[in-house]
Write a protein that binds this ligand. Structure first.
Ligand SMILES: C=CC1=C(C)c2cc3[nH]c(cc4nc(cc5[nH]c(cc1n2)c(C)c5CCC(=O)O)C(CCC(=O)O)=C4C)c(C)c3C=C
Ligand code: FE2
Ligand code: FE2
Length: 343
């Protein structure tokens, strides 16, 4: 069999035109694993309410971060794909869950290269129903419909993998070299609390309280909250950070449901009000810088912090196409490609 890899990231609109943003948000938010309510309710909420106002506001935000070459998330993912491809002989295609290039086009590209054994590689360190799961479900639907001869394997969440922790830890220490930060905030993309309960394979573990995520459980294989806390704990250990010097928060909530807490915007404000003058932020749920890091954190977050008396706000870039990250990805891919029998 001939092997190939499909790297999959979230995706962006084609341009900052509100019409393109609306089309992208429609595909994204109509996904039943993102807004997980019955179809009729999702249609009413997304097409009847959210898409009437959000595209204009989001388009303005995209306008503030857009690069000449296009969306930062797409450009950075393309750079990652190109650099990883240089280090491995395995064909690597790139796809986005929403927008372009699509998962279908990525699979087609691999198919045309004679690939029939594909490693689906969701570019998310922590598992979530709204990210990893929706990629795997769509890929499998496409496989059954268009490429029944293909075999798929997927890369599991790598939130606690020693290589990932080392690269993330190194990127943080490099960014904060010479920076006298009072507090390091680990800000992860949020999800509705309901998503955590739905992904609990034990159906009884995830209470979303102070202790469930620290109590060993089979549920943690699919618990986004546990995995965020573990990434944080391991990186803090790697960096030798003292307790109290760092904390976790969750950003980008949408709608009125309760999402994972504490919320990042309120945490930034509280830290400033508590007298923190130098705040550093890292966003480990994203491997590529994007709207949520470049606009929501680096612009809005900074503004919130400065309004309440904060002085220095340092944002650690995502791993993007860092050389050590590229080396790790190509090594993982080569190790998979060398295996005789895939699992
Ligand atoms: C119910 C809504 C959403 C859930 C659940 C959600 C989970 C989730 N998202 C990411 C990663 C990214 N999200 C990005 C943008 C974005 N996310 C939502 C909504 C949900 N996300 C919206 C509506 C948007 C679009 C922008 C906006 O209108 O605010 C992005 C950036 C995309 C880009 O083009 O730069 C990323 C990346 C994760 C990791 C996650 C769950 C863990
Ligand atoms: Fe999101
Ligand atoms: Fe938990």
């Amino acid at each position: 069999m001939s092997k190939g890899v499909l790297l999959v990231n979230l995706g962006s609109p084609d341009s900052t035109d509100p019409k393109d943003v609306k089309k992208y948000l429609d595909e994204f938010l109509m996904d039943e694993r993102v807004i997980d309510v019955p179809y009729w309710a999702r249609t009413l909420l997304v097409r009847g309410i959210i898409l009437n106002t959000r595209p204009k506001k989001s388009a303005e935000a995209y306008e503030r971060i857009w690069w000449e070459e296009g969306s930062p998330l797409i450009v950075l993912s393309e750079r990652l794909q190109a650099k990883v491809s240089e280090l491995t002989s395995v064909p690597i295609a790139l796809a986005m869950r929403y927008g372009k290039p699509s998962i279908k086009s990525g699979l087609q590209e691999l198919h045309e290269k004679g690939v029939d054994e594909v490693l689906i590689f969701p570019l998310y360190p922590q598992f979530a129903m709204a990210t990893t799961e929706t990629i795997l479900v769509l890929a499998e639907e496409l496989r059954k419909k268009h490429y029944p001869q293909m075999q798929f394997t997927s890369v599991p969440a790598f939130y606690n993998h020693a290589d990932y922790i080392r690269v993330l830890g190194t990127s943080i220490s490099e960014s904060l070299k010479g920076v006298e930060f009072d507090h390091l905030l680990f800000s992860y993309h949020g999800v509705p609390k309901r998503h955590i309960r739905k992904s609990d394979i034990t159906k009884s573990h995830c209470k979303i309280d102070g202790s469930c995520c620290q109590t060993p459980s089979a549920a943690h294989q699919f618990c986004y909250r546990h995995q965020c806390y573990e990434t944080t704990r391991l990186v803090a250990e790697y960096l030798g950070l003292e307790k109290g010097k760092y904390s976790v928060s969750f950003q980008s909530r949408l709608g009125f449901d309760p999402w994972l807490q504490p919320y990042t915007d309120r945490t930034i404000e509280r830290k400033g009000l508590e007298g923190v003058k130098n705040l550093a932020i890292v966003t480990p749920a994203f491997v590529s810088d994007c709207l949520e890091t470049l606009e929501e954190i680096a612009m809005e977050g900074k503004e919130i912090f400065e309004e309440v008396g904060g002085e220095k706000f340092t944002v650690v870039p995502c791993l993007n196409d860092r050389d050590d990250w590229v080396r790790v990805l190509s090594r993982w891919i080569d190790e998979w490609a060398k295996q005789e029998v895939t699992v």
